[in-house]
Design a protein around this ligand. Structure first.
Ligand SMILES: [Fe+2]
Ligand SMILES: [Fe+2]
Length: 232
């Protein structure tokens, strides 16, 4: 009994160490990074608390956006998953899963707290996705166009801000890398979101009744969500 308690305690004590140790490995080949190295970080070591706060804010809102996008596609799939549009929506969802996973890793690695509003975005995203899909394929696509346009514009303004601040310093975050699994973040994700937006238009988003009103309302919601997620 005593042996079991001790070995359990030891296992738990070592768990954080083993997680930290694994974080020092290359994600593709699992090789250990040089001592003190930052194996696949996309952020430079921050110089002051102001820069750290700025980057934390950016990562927190991006993570929240990708999280919300995942919930929207989950809601759409719950309604349209078994229809002809299912595979197309699933393909876009799979890309969102990749985006979210990358931000999960970046947040953990840089000890950035996610927004406190994830439970809200969980429900709101799913409800938005499912209710737009209840209007049919065109409704779901109109929702996709509205959301993806907002997210693309958001990424574009981040790209502009980082380029103006110091493009060299933030090159890992900005670049489109050719190394699989490594630093491919804002620009590549922005391109994916624009592709999703274009797919929505190709799939007759504009033919849903009340398209412009729907788009305006959803985009106002996205703006509010971005504003809040940067701050809370
Ligand atoms: Fe995304
Ligand atoms: Fe997207």
């Amino acid at each position: 009994m005593m042996h079991r308690v001790v070995s359990h305690a030891l296992r738990n004590d070592w768990a954080p160490v083993s997680i930290a140790f694994n974080a020092l490995r290359c994600p593709s080949c699992r090789a250990l990074a040089p001592f003190g190295g930052r194996p696949y970080s996309v952020l430079p070591p921050t110089t002051d608390s102001e820069e750290k706060a700025m980057l934390d804010r950016m990562l927190r809102v991006d993570h929240a956006g990708e999280y919300g996008a995942n919930r929207i596609y989950a809601g759409q799939m719950a309604v349209l998953g078994r229809t002809q549009s299912g595979p197309l929506i699933q393909r876009m969802w799979d890309q969102e899963k990749h985006h979210l996973q990358k931000f999960n890793e970046i947040l953990a690695e840089n000890r950035v707290r996610p927004t406190l509003l994830l439970p809200l975005w969980n429900v709101a995203g799913f409800v938005l996705g499912a209710s737009s899909a209840l209007l049919g394929k065109e409704g779901a696509m109109a929702c996709t166009v509205a959301v993806e346009e907002s997210i693309s514009e958001h990424y574009n303004s981040q790209i502009r801000a980082l380029m103006e601040a110091d493009p060299d310093r933030y090159k890992e975050l900005l670049q489109v890398s050719t190394r699989p699994g490594w630093a491919k973040v804002i620009k590549e994700f922005r391109d994916d979101e624009m592709e999703h937006h274009d797919t929505g238009l190709e799939q007759d988003a504009e033919s849903v009744p009340g398209y412009w009103l729907m788009k305006t309302v959803i985009q106002a919601g996205c703006k509010a969500a971005i504003y809040i997620s940067e701050r809370v």
